[in-house]
Design a binder for this molecule. Sequence first.
Ligand SMILES: CC(C)(COP(=O)(O)OP(=O)(O)OC[C@H]1O[C@@H](n2cnc3c(N)ncnc32)[C@H](O)[C@@H]1OP(=O)(O)O)[C@@H](O)C(=O)NCCC(=O)NCCS
Length: 181
Amino acid sequence: MLHRPAHWLYNHKLYFLARLLSQISRFFTNVEIHPGAKIGWGLFIDHGSGVVIGETTTIGNDCTIYQGVTLGGTGKETGKRHPTLCDNVIIGCGAKVLGPFKVGSNSKIASGAVVLEEVPENSTAVGVPAKIVRINGKKIYNSNKNLDHIHIPNPIQNQIQELSDRINELESKLNNKDFSK
Ligand SMILES: CC(C)(COP(=O)(O)OP(=O)(O)OC[C@H]1O[C@@H](n2cnc3c(N)ncnc32)[C@H](O)[C@@H]1OP(=O)(O)O)[C@@H](O)C(=O)NCCC(=O)NCCS
């Protein structure tokens, strides 16, 4: 509610008043929304605490943001530095979405993810840095099996096994005096 008048003041170049209002809002809610951020209808900020929304962020309609989310910049961009969330996007608690790219409509960002690249619509991004694991409900990446520290291949043991198999094969051919193959 306080962001709407703060954004109006910002658009009318009343930057100090805009900032003052947003800081008052932050004092009461622990949610920091830069007055320059463009926010659509139906944004639901659940729990709120620790949410930071940067100046050039754009948020579509009916999005949900949980506690501890940052919609920020990487510090490397100038001009448009913050993300654009399309409609009906969910950002899980503690996730960081950093950079001037789009998160497509109906997409979900998992809690704790760090998103550094565009997310297509109807998809789910998880992890650090975030990877797309689902598009339109279909699995496209196995987040658990990507790095298996237990079943690591042993190339030397594999070669010794191959040599041993070959020796056994040759010995059995010699014993049977079968040189036809
Ligand atoms: C990502 C999320 C939205 C679920 O989306 P979904 O499209 O239904 O995805 P799934 O649950 O099918 O998970 C897809 C894969 O991502 C993994 N995954 C889900 N959430 C994850 C997370 N936060 N971090 C890492 N991996 C995660 C799943 O284990 C699954 O892995 P697999 O493919 O290897 O089995 C949900 O897990 C989430 O993080 N919600 C945020 C809720 C929140 O912030 N709650 C706070 C309440 S106070």
